[in-house]
Design a protein around this ligand. Structure first.
Ligand code: TRP
Length: 355
């Protein structure tokens, strides 16, 4: 390649990287009460995204079937999750919220994509390996092909931006691989999606030992009241050096100081760090400021939740509207896929509305 050609290629590559995002898709499994880890790791970012891009957010119940099998629990969790998102500030006027299984084209496209997927690629997925270990008694094929369904989630809407945390980057890269392969084999139908990384901090639970998680019971829930919040924060672990009030500590080694990092102002952080090092303040005082700031984040959520609870049909209505809006787009994509692959297009046979 000549120098000029090289620089053109480089610029093209750079442009590709910066190609504008036109449609965003992300999903979350309905796996129980939302907590501060979900907020900082994903939801906060989603709320910001909805002002910048057309966004689609999905409660991915088909994915959850690989883990949960209790029908009543499933039903409750789907609704809880949608309610939690809306309470957190996901606004159906700005974006689309729906339940994955209500658009059957996800599963349809997923099958098509499995035929392009080498087994070996799925065997390398770290989330599969982790889950196969953590639920050894239930290593189902769905767990194995989980990333293919995720790829279908993204491609069925021809989305090109996927806000995720670090742990999901491998799945988005996998989706890109499939898209390239499909486009090469059958002609260009899909854009190559890219991960829009959340600077997802590792949020530790109030035990200070492990990642915040509902199943470990070390979480602060997004619908915790101010009382419940304080009951969890008051006994929460701080730097072990601060046995007595007069013992100085090392803020960098205190989990509560990390919470200051997420929720407090620069001045408050400086106050906490200096007070900790000099034993000028006690851990309780330090926690009170964290509690005030977390409450400032949770209070609008509590209010929105109360509003939604006063109108029981509202959440279902919003989800229903989301599905209605998305079905035509999903059908159109499947029509293109069917045409490209040489399988019958239902629309052409007068038994559907693909075209
Ligand atoms: N696998 C994701 C997770 O565990 C959830 C998910 C399903 C998803 N489909 C998606 C995320 C599509 C982004 C895009 O968090």
């Amino acid at each position: 390649m000549s120098e000029r050609e090289q620089s053109v290629a480089q610029r093209a590559a750079a442009n590709q990287e910066k190609s504008p995002v036109t449609r965003v898709f992300s999903g979350m499994q309905p796996s129980g009460e939302l907590h501060l880890g979900n907020w900082l790791g994903a939801l906060k970012n989603w709320v910001a995204m909805q002002d910048r891009y057309p966004c689609i957010f999905s409660v991915v119940d088909l994915h959850a079937l690989t883990q949960t099998s209790d029908p009543d629990e499933m039903k409750a969790r789907i609704r809880d999750m949608a309610m939690g998102w809306l309470a957190a500030g996901i606004d159906p006027e700005k974006c689309t919220v729906f339940v994955q299984s209500t658009v059957p084209e996800h599963a349809e496209l997923s099958w098509v994509l499995t035929t392009l997927t080498p087994m070996g690629l799925l065997e390398r997925m770290t989330q599969f390996k982790d889950k196969a270990r953590s639920q050894a008694e239930n290593v189902n094929v769905g767990l194995f092909s989980y990333p293919v369904l995720q790829a279908a989630d993204i491609t069925i809407y021809r989305a090109d931006g996927v806000p995720v945390g670090e742990d999901q980057v491998q799945h988005v890269e996998f989706t890109r691989d499939l898209v390239r392969k499909f486009n090469l084999k059958y002609g260009k139908v899909f854009p190559e999606p890219r991960a829009l990384l959340t600077s997802s901090p590792r949020v530790m639970g109030v035990d200070g030992d492990r990642k915040m998680s509902k199943s470990l019971g070390n979480h602060i829930g997004l619908n915790d009241s101010a009382d419940v919040l304080w009951k969890k924060l008051a006994p929460a672990k701080t730097d072990v050096r601060r046995v007595r009030r007069t013992d100085p500590g090392v803020p960098e080694e205190c989990n509560i100081y990390k919470y200051h990092g997420f929720f407090s102002t620069a001045d408050e952080r400086a106050w906490a760090a200096e007070g900790c090092r000099s034993a000028g303040i006690g851990c309780r005082q330090c926690k009170e400021v964290v509690a005030k700031n977390i409450n400032a984040v949770l209070e609008p959520m509590r209010e929105r939740r109360a509003g939604l609870e006063a109108h029981p049909g509202r959440v279902d209505e919003i989800l229903h509207e989301g599905t209605k809006k998305l079905l035509p787009l999903a059908r159109e994509t499947m029509g293109r896929v069917r045409d490209a692959m040489g399988i019958p297009n239902r629309g052409r046979y007068g038994i559907g509305e693909d075209r």
